[in-house]
Design a protein around this ligand. Structure first.
Ligand SMILES: Cc1cc2nc3c(=O)[nH]c(=O)nc-3n(C[C@H](O)[C@H](O)[C@H](O)COP(=O)(O)O)c2cc1C
Length: 337
C-alpha cells in the first residue's frame, strides 16, 4: 500500500503542529504535510520553533519553499535532522509574494531548475524528496507541459508527485481564487500516472467526500485533502477504516475531545495560547445541533482564559445545552396545531 494513500495538505496558517496533532488523533494512517516554510525563514529565522513537532505526528512531511539548490539542500538537511519523514518542494503556490521570490508555481516554467533543486536536496538527505505542483501555469493547458515537467524532475530522482489538478493563474487571481477558479482536471493526473508507471502520483484539489477520493485510488497512488480536512475534521475519523482497513481511533467526536484534552493541558503548561490549539477543533461538530455554541465558546477569549484546558468540556456542555433547547423547541413546534 502506498505511503501516500491518504495525505493531508500543506496549508499556510492551518497545518501547523497543533492541527497535525489533532488530525493524527483522528486518522493514524494519514500522511501529514506542514505549512510551507521558506528556506529563508528556516536558515535565518527561528529554526527550532519552525521545525518543532510531536513524535505522534509521524509520518510527517516538511514542505519547503525556495528555488536555490544550495539553500534547499541545507534546509532539507535540517528537516531530516529534526526527524521529518519526507521533504516536499512547493511548485504550486501562486501568491504574488512567492512569485516575487521566484518560487512556488512559477517554478513549473523552469523544470531544469526544479530538477537541480531536487538533485541538491536528494544529495543532502536520505529521506524522500517529493514535489507538489499544478497541472499548468497561466493559460498553458497542454498536457505536454506538465508531462515534460514531471519527466525532467523525475530524472533528478523525484519519485512522488503531488498534483493539485488545476492550473495556477499567476496573472491576476488571488491565491484563494486560484483554488477555485481554474477548472479542476483530475483526469490529467490519471494520465500522468498511466504514462509514468514507475512513479507515484497523489491527486489533490476539490476532493470533498471519501466516495470521490476512493474512486481516484483506482487510477493514482494517493489522494491529498486540504480544505475539507480543516473545515470538517470529523471526516478524518473514517480514514483508517476506509483507506487502511483498520479500526478508527475515535468512534465518536467525544473521543477526539478526550484525545486532545491532555495535549491542550501540556501545551498550555508549556506557554502556548489555548486558542492556537482549539482553533483547529472549531469544525468538529459542524452540521450538528449545538455546533454554533461549541464554536462560540472555543472562540471566546474570556472562556479560554478562565477555563484553560477545561474549555473543551465547557464548550461541550454548551453544545449539549443548545442541542437540548433546540430539541425542546422542535418538539413544541411539532405539538402545536
Ligand atoms: C489556507 C490554505 C493555505 C494553503 N497553503 C499551502 C501551502 O503552504 N503549500 C501548498 O503547497 N499548498 C497550499 N495550499 C493549497 C493546498 O495544499 C491544496 O493544494 C488546495 O487547497 C487544494 O486542495 P483542496 O481542494 O483539498 O483544499 C493552501 C490551501 C489553503 C486553503
Amino acid at each position: 500500500m502506498s505511503a501516500h494513500r491518504f495525505c493531508i495538505a500543506p496549508m499556510l496558517d492551518v497545518s501547523d503542529r497543533h492541527f497535525r496533532y489533532f488530525a493524527r488523533q483522528l486518522a493514524r494512517g494519514a500522511r501529514l504535510y506542514s505549512e510551507m516554510i521558506t528556506t529563508g525563514a528556516l536558515l535565518h529565522g527561528p529554526r527550532e520553533r519552525l521545525l518543532a513537532f510531536e513524535p505522534a505526528e509521524h509520518p510527517v512531511v516538511l514542505q519547503l519553499g525556495g528555488s536555490e539548490p544550495d539553500d534547499l539542500a541545507r534546509a532539507a538537511r535540517l528537516a531530516e535532522a529534526a526527524g521529518y519523514d519526507e521533504v516536499n518542494l512547493n511548485c504550486g503556490c501562486p501568491s504574488p509574494r512567492v512569485q516575487r521570490g521566484a518560487f512556488g508555481a512559477c517554478l513549473m516554467r523552469e523544470p531544469a531548475l526544479v530538477a537541480d533543486c531536487v538533485r541538491a536536496m536528494r544529495d543532502a538527505v536520505a529521506v524522500p524528496v517529493t514535489v507538489k505542483h499544478r497541472i499548468g501555469v497561466d493559460r498553458i493547458e497542454s498536457y505536454e507541459f506538465v508531462r515534460d515537467f514531471v519527466g525532467t524532475v523525475s530524472q533528478a530522482g523525484c519519485r512522488v508527485f503531488v498534483v493539485h489538478a488545476r492550473n495556477a493563474w499567476l496573472d491576476g487571481l488571488s491565491p484563494k481564487e486560484n483554488r477555485t477558479v481554474p477548472p479542476l482536471r483530475h483526469g490529467v493526473v490519471a494520465r500522468l500516472a498511466a504514462d509514468f508507471p514507475t512513479l507515484s502520483f497523489v491527486v489533490n484539489g476539490g476532493l470533498r467526500t471519501h466516495e470521490e477520493s476512493l474512486a481516484q485510488l483506482g487510477q493514482v497512488d494517493g489522494v491529498m485533502i486540504g480544505r475539507e480536512a480543516c473545515e470538517n475534521p470529523w471526516m478524518l475519523a473514517a480514514v483508517d477504516p476506509l483507506y487502511f482497513g483498520r479500526p478508527a481511533p475515535c468512534l465518536a467526536r467525544d473521543d477526539a475531545i478526550d484525545a486532545m484534552r491532555p495535549y491542550l493541558r501540556r501545551q498550555i503548561d508549556a506557554g502556548e495560547a489555548p486558542r492556537a490549539i482549539v482553533r483547529h477543533m472549531l469544525g468538529l461538530f459542524n452540521g450538528l445541533p449545538g455546533a454554533r455554541a461549541w464554536r462560540r465558546t472555543l472562540s471566546d477569549p474570556q472562556a479560554l482564559q478562565r477555563h484553560g484546558a477545561g474549555v473543551l468540556d465547557v464548550a461541550r456542555a454548551a453544545l449539549s445545552r443548545a442541542a437540548t433547547r433546540r430539541d425542546e423547541r422542535d418538539e413544541r413546534t411539532a405539538r402545536s396545531p
